[in-house]
Write a protein that binds this ligand. Structure first.
Ligand SMILES: [Zn+2]
Ligand SMILES: [Zn+2]
Ligand SMILES: [Zn+2]
Length: 356
């Protein structure tokens, strides 16, 4: 009798490459035997991400069967650190200036140590994408998964990797709202109130910009008080369930972006406010980050940030901030009594209690 040995499951790590070709660009996948696919420069990033997402969605596995693929390969995707730790998440990483894209399971420590990478907000890649229509609606539901602040932080990090580098600040603010508000069919409806809060009109260049990047497609014949769009970034489907929680996170981001708007106009102070609020420890009211990463998430250069941070201090959002030119570290403290800080505390306290 022959012993049956279990066939090892293929590793949950996929890589695609964008290669120049006489006719333009081609997408080459290391895991697909069918050669290369021609693509346009404008759609290259979205095509690469869509391809990777298809692989990930075709290989769903329960969490206990997922292992750190970075560790499996000797941790050469990042500088040295103290070893694997933390839950396994799906990490999107980009190398060679956007020529190589990788989606892989990685532990929290390896994810944090990897440059040009973002954890995909993946609370539910392993769940069915559609909720039964007879979902129970008894009473108020308990919030699931991470709180608003963490959701917004993860989405900012994801969008920093997924949107083309040249994406404007205003388009990033819009993308954040769309990603957090989309439904399970990847459609989003942004009412006038939200667009006003973002200082966008329905015919704004930001919509056009995200369309050019093949990140979304607006529906024809949009009314002037609302815009309907379909998101094309299928990687985002990983965070489809628990839509009410994501919508709360979208509202939280709107408030965080407008809390300083009285004095600080323009998209950059708004997005910077959201970024800082999302990366602030709500207990301490202060935060620690890196200028580089903040600049990437905000679609700007690190050199632009000091004047924005000064502006936010002048308008009363920040109490203080300090950047270390050598290390690029950034420390900040929110001003006392900032609305976001107080609201955040209440919500996080509420999450610890049963909702009734
Ligand atoms: Zn492939
Ligand atoms: Zn590693
Ligand atoms: Zn690891």
């Amino acid at each position: 009798m022959r012993l049956r040995t279990a066939c090892p499951a293929p590793p949950r790590a996929w890589t695609v490459e964008l290669r120049s070709h006489p006719g333009g660009l081609v997408l080459a996948c290391q895991h697909c035997p069918h050669g290369t696919t021609p693509i346009t420069a404008a759609s290259a990033r979205s095509a690469a991400l869509a391809h990777l997402a298809r692989h990930a969605r075709g290989d769903l596995r329960p969490p206990h069967l997922r292992i750190c693929q970075c560790h499996e390969r000797g941790c050469h995707w990042h500088p040295r650190h103290r070893g694997c730790a933390g839950p396994i998440r799906l990490l999107l990483a980009c190398e060679r200036g956007g020529r190589l894209w990788r989606l892989a399971d990685a532990c929290s420590a390896c994810s944090a140590a990897t440059a040009q990478a973002a954890v995909v907000p993946d609370t539910a890649l392993a769940r069915a994408p559609l909720q039964p229509s007879s979902a129970r609606r008894r009473g108020r539901r308990c919030p699931k998964g991470p709180g608003e602040r963490v959701r917004v932080r993860e989405m900012l990090s994801y969008l920093a990797a997924a949107l083309p580098e040249g994406t404007s600040v205003a388009a990033r603010l819009l993308a954040l709202q769309c990603a957090l508000r989309m439904n399970t069919r990847m459609q989003v409806r942004l009412p006038r109130g939200v667009l006003c809060s973002l200082c966008l009109n329905t015919a704004s260049d930001s919509w056009h910009e995200l369309e050019q990047a093949r990140w979304l497609r607006t529906a024809p014949g949009n009314a002037c008080n609302e815009i309907t769009a379909e998101l094309l970034d299928v990687t985002l489907l990983g965070q489809a369930p628990a839509r009410p929680d994501r919508r709360h996170a979208a509202d939280w981001a709107l408030r965080a972006g407008s809390s300083s708007a009285a004095g600080a106009t323009g998209p950059l102070p708004r997005l910077a406010s959201v970024y800082l609020a999302a990366h602030t420890d709500p207990e301490a009211g202060s935060g620690l980050g890196e200028l580089d990463q903040m600049a990437r998430a905000c679609g700007t250069r690190p050199a632009e940030l000091p004047s924005t941070l000064d502006q936010l201090t002048a308008t009363g959002l920040l109490g203080s901030w300090k950047a270390c030119p050598g290390s690029g570290d950034l420390h900040w403290a929110l001003a006392h009594g900032t609305g976001i800080r107080a609201g955040d505390r209440q919500r996080e306290a509420a999450r610890g209690n049963p909702v009734g």
